[in-house]
Write a protein of this length. Structure first.
Length: 584
């Protein structure tokens, strides 16, 4: 804009005359008009009367009169109930502001206005749906006010940064929300406020990137018991968000430091959860008795966020013990809490995302494929995951493949993979089952190249730095290898590894069927040993019935298997089973 005022290099005379015209117009202003005109240069967007009064240092009626005169002289443009300066005019006014030595004073006045405006919008957020439109109008000026604020522990700038973190999050400017919360921590007046701001940044981080980022933010909250306890929980509860596993010794030290902190009910609930998750020394394997105590402590706080997290510990215990139906029941309790979780509060981010994930995972784990697909669709529709589209697609693909909707799943495959690569996330453990699912779809369709490529991608998604994480997600890879081998015929050198993780029931059942098809000597014992998988997983139960039919030629077993696959809408498996029934 300043170059335009000067006409630029080789500019036409009419362009070079813009500065002269504006200078002539400025000379015709009286002192009040000239003073308000240059002070309005502080606004980069449209401003209302209150904002103009805030920077002018004049009474409201005076500002109204002077604004009217500036508008009549075309130096200010009226836009509905607001005014604005055109870019070239604002550039000229900014020069006059600097010449008058008033830039610092106007920046300070604008900062105070911005902090009050942002805090007012935060207060209106729950009850006034018009807050978002209002925020969008003033957002650039709020950002500019914060960017021009003095560095360091400045109280007004801290207020603005804190409010901007909440507003940006509610508008789903998620990376911006994290940046503002982190900025607020650097401006906080004391250690407690800094810890609270780092906690806000950590909460918002869950909607943006891996859990490792949230963990490190909480570890920086020096001396805060609740923050350290939360860090311990995150490292144990969300290990898939870490490229390298956090050493147990570091978590023990953090928990020891948290134990010395204040014991208010909220901090006590965080500590109870941390004790439960950290007691066994194994990630995502909380202690059963301590998990129950964590639920009791969370209930005492009345916080649905803390209660949901504590219930997840109970659900993890049930899943680890093979009680998948119980894990799904607990996931249902957490889903019932969703209505109480404020979607526009970063503090609820991790829980909202994990509740939806748990609903999907437990439905898939028990073989309820329609429910798993519905949960995946709910995740896909959730705008908290909008910055990472590979996440919802990774939930959508496995049930689609198990339902036999291969073409639909394959349409999502490359977009899912490309979105992960664009995200630059070092690991994406929950992408591995989806990649294995695509490998299965390729294998069952006779696409050998696709089968090999996506098996490799499943390994790549997990990475090699965390062997325990790879083992935990091995179940779907083992399942894929076994199911494709059943369909295409096993190779002589094929060895089935022991499956782990939430998809182990599928792998156990498919491996038992493979043993029958391959004629392995231990086929009958493998089939018997797999009974537990059929008791917990509907798909696995149907698979085991089909394996029994293959072993004995029992038509009734094939019929039960076909009916079982039909109950979970597994069309491909039902059709293959009916083929076997017709040949029996």
């Amino acid at each position: 804009a300043l170059r335009l005022l000067d006409g630029g290099r080789g500019g036409a005379e009419r362009h070079r005359s813009l500065r002269a015209v504006l200078g002539w117009s400025d000379e015709l202003l009286d002192d009040e008009e000239r003073g308000l005109f240059r002070r309005l240069a502080g606004f980069v967007g449209a401003f209302d009367l209150g904002a103009a009064v805030a920077v002018a240092g004049l009474l409201g009626p005076v500002v109204v009169d002077v604004l009217g005169r500036l508008t009549d002289k075309s130096l200010v443009v009226r836009v509905g109930e607001r005014w604005r300066l055109l870019a070239t005019v604002r550039a000229f006014a900014a020069e006059r502001l600097a010449d008058a030595g008033e830039r610092a004073d106007v920046s300070r006045r604008r900062l105070v206005w911005a902090a009050g405006t942002a805090e007012d919008l935060i207060g209106r957020r729950r009850d006034d749906p018009g807050w978002a439109e209002e925020f969008d109008i003033v957002a650039d000026d709020l950002r500019a006010a914060l960017a021009d604020a003095p560095a360091g522990r400045e109280p007004v700038a801290h207020r603005l940064a804190w409010a901007m973190a909440g507003l940006a999050y509610a508008r789903r400017f998620l990376s911006e929300a994290v940046a503002h919360a982190t900025d607020a921590a650097g401006r906080a007046a004391n250690a407690a406020a800094e810890a609270a701001d780092l906690g806000l940044a950590a909460s918002a981080t869950f909607a943006v990137g891996p859990a490792a980022g949230a963990f490190e933010l909480l570890c920086a909250a020096d001396g805060d018991a609740a923050a350290f306890a939360r860090a311990v929980v995150i490292a144990n509860r969300f290990p898939s968000g870490f490229a390298v596993e956090v050493p147990h010794e570091r978590l023990v030290a953090l928990l020891d430091a948290a134990e010395t902190g204040a014991a208010d009910p909220v901090a006590a609930a965080h500590l109870a959860a941390a004790r439960a998750w950290n007691a066994t020394g194994e990630k995502y394997r909380p202690d059963p008795a301590l998990a129950a105590l964590a639920v009791e402590a969370a209930r005492r706080t009345g916080s649905p966020v803390l209660l949901s997290g504590a219930l997840d510990a109970l659900g993890a215990v049930a899943a680890q013990e093979g009680r998948l139906g119980e894990a799904r029941r607990i996931a249902g309790q957490r889903v019932a809490l969703l209505a109480q979780l404020d979607r526009d509060d970063p503090a609820a981010a991790a829980e909202i995302l994990d509740v939806r994930h748990s609903a999907w995972l437990t439905a898939l784990a028990v073989g309820d494929l329609p429910a798993a697909l519905a949960a995946a669709e709910a995740i896909r529709a959730d705008d908290l995951l909008g910055v990472h589209p590979y996440r919802p697609l990774a939930k959508l693909v496995p049930p689609l493949v198990l339902l036999g909707r291969f073409a639909e799943a394959l349409r999502h495959a490359e977009p899912m993979w490309a979105a992960w690569r664009r995200s630059e996330a070092p690991v994406a453990a929950w992408l591995a089952p989806a990649a294995s699912s695509i490998a299965m779809a390729c294998g069952l369709r006779g696409d050998d190249d696709g089968f090999q490529r996506w098996q490799g991608r499943a390994e790549q998604a997990i990475g090699s730095a965390n062997p325990k994480l790879a083992a935990y997600h091995s179940g779907f890879a083992v399942f894929t290898a076994a199911r494709v081998a059943v369909h295409r015929g096993p190779s002589a050198e094929m060895v089935m590894t022991d499956p782990q993780g939430p998809h182990a029931t599928y792998a156990v059942a498919a491996a038992a069927e493979l043993a029958v098809v391959a004629g392995w000597s231990d086929a009958a014992s493998r089939l018997a040993a797999a009974e537990w998988a059929g008791a917990e997983n509907r798909w696995a139960a149907a698979c085991l019935d089909r394996a029994r039919g293959r072993l004995s030629g029992d038509r009734d077993a094939f019929a039960r298997a076909a009916a079982g696959f039909a109950r979970v809408d597994a069309g491909f498996e039902r059709d293959r089973t009916l083929d076997l029934l017709n040949k029996a």
